[in-house]
Design a protein around this ligand. Structure first.
Ligand code: 5AD
Length: 347
């Protein structure tokens, strides 16, 4: 079976077998990437039109007690200048974002112990109260179910927690011994059960990744049926153990994004900052390959350069207004427009 036949099958049936995924992902040709991209793009246009959802991301702390080997803000990186925005700072970011038209705020941070459940819950409640018409998305890592429940009850709507890899042995190669794949999977299940619109996802080209791992990622996402998927290329950070590994390929990342669209047609799929970092027009290519979300940065300019999960991150020099202006221009240049609204998952 040629790869195009497999892509057609995916488009029709929204699933493939493990061996079919491996075949498709082991040696994709440029024609495969283009073909999957054009099918994914048509499907996205049919379901969402030319509207791209915008989410304002507030990177509120780069303090992290974890030590993930790929991540620039891992706790053993002594080169990072650490910061933590106060709840008041965060509310100011929301105010600025609201005025710019954002109706989703994504609070993303390292696993920072100062932001314990009480402080997080209080923060969520104050954002919920000030912005009843906005969605609140959290991206603050692994917690116990009771904590997730408190955040949900306080008014958070969505949660992003990439699974990173669906292969347990691969997970252990990317993470310190203190982290477990089973707990990560448990977290994702808890989030979904509680009622969060839940996002999972992985990096493309992470160290030691094989086509079989990517095939498992696709099967896991098919089973899990997330409302959101975050996928971007791995990019080495100079102060991590993975500094000498090559970045993930743009083409394979675009292919994975298109395949996710074909597998889960209604999924909310961001064209990531990492994609825009490996290639200047990466985020536009992501949209043309089936993405329908962009997440511009709302963090204060003063801390932008301190939230570096990988090297050469784009957008660290623009303030919130300039960032969104540029992204709007980029979207308009390819015939898409920014959609003001919460942009919830429509199942
Ligand atoms: N390159 C690309 N993505 C990274 N992330 C963390 N470090 C890197 C890196 N070096 C991703 C992880 C994490 C998300 C917030 O950022 O997948 O879940």
């Amino acid at each position: 079976m040629s790869n195009q036949v497999l892509i057609d099958k995916l488009n029709r049936e929204h699933n493939l077998s493990f061996s079919e995924w491996v075949r498709l992902l082991a040696a994709p040709t440029p024609e495969d990437v283009t073909y999957a991209g054009s099918l994914a793009r048509s499907l996205t246009l049919k379901l969402f039109g030319r509207q791209i959802f915008f989410r304002g991301i507030i990177e509120f702390t780069n303090i992290c007690h974890n030590d993930c080997k790929y991540c620039g803000i891992r706790c053993s990186n002594q080169q990072v200048s650490r910061y933590r925005l106060t709840p008041e700072d965060i509310l100011t970011c929301c105010e600025e974002g609201y005025a710019l038209g954002y109706r989703t705020f994504v609070l993303q941070g390292g696993e920072d112990n100062w932001y314990n459940d009480d402080r997080m819950t209080a923060l969520i409640k104050s954002i919920r109260q000030a912005y009843p018409d906005c969605a609140i998305t959290l991206s603050i890592g692994e917690k116990e179910r009771a904590s997730y429940q408190r955040f949900y009850d306080a008014g958070a709507d969505r949660y992003l927690l990439r699974h990173e890899t669906a292969d347990e042995a691969h997970y252990q190669l990317l993470h310190p011994a203190s982290l477990s794949w089973k707990h990560r999977m448990q977290c994702l299940q808890d989030l979904k059960d509680i009622g969060f619109q839940t996002g999972c996802g992985c990096m493309v080209g992470s160290p030691y990744q094989t086509p079989e791992h990517l095939a498992k990622d696709m099967l896991f996402m098919h089973d899990f049926q997330p409302q959101m998927i975050g996928i971007g290329p791995f990019i080495p950070h100079r102060d991590t153990p993975f500094r000498d590994f090559a970045p993930g390929s743009t083409a394979t990342t675009l292919l994975m994004l298109s395949l996710c669209r074909l597998m889960l047609p209604r999924v909310l799929l961001p064209s990531t900052t990492a994609l825009g970092t490996v290639q200047g027009d990466g985020r536009q290519l992501g949209v043309l390959a089936g993405c329908n979300v962009i997440m511009p940065n709302l963090s204060p300019l003063s801390v932008r350069r301190k939230y570096l999960l990988y090297d050469n991150k784009v957008g660290t020099g623009d303030d919130a207004a300039a960032g969104i202006r540029k992204l709007k221009e980029q979207m308009q240049a390819i015939g898409y427009e920014v959609c003001v609204g919460r942009g919830d998952y429509q199942g």
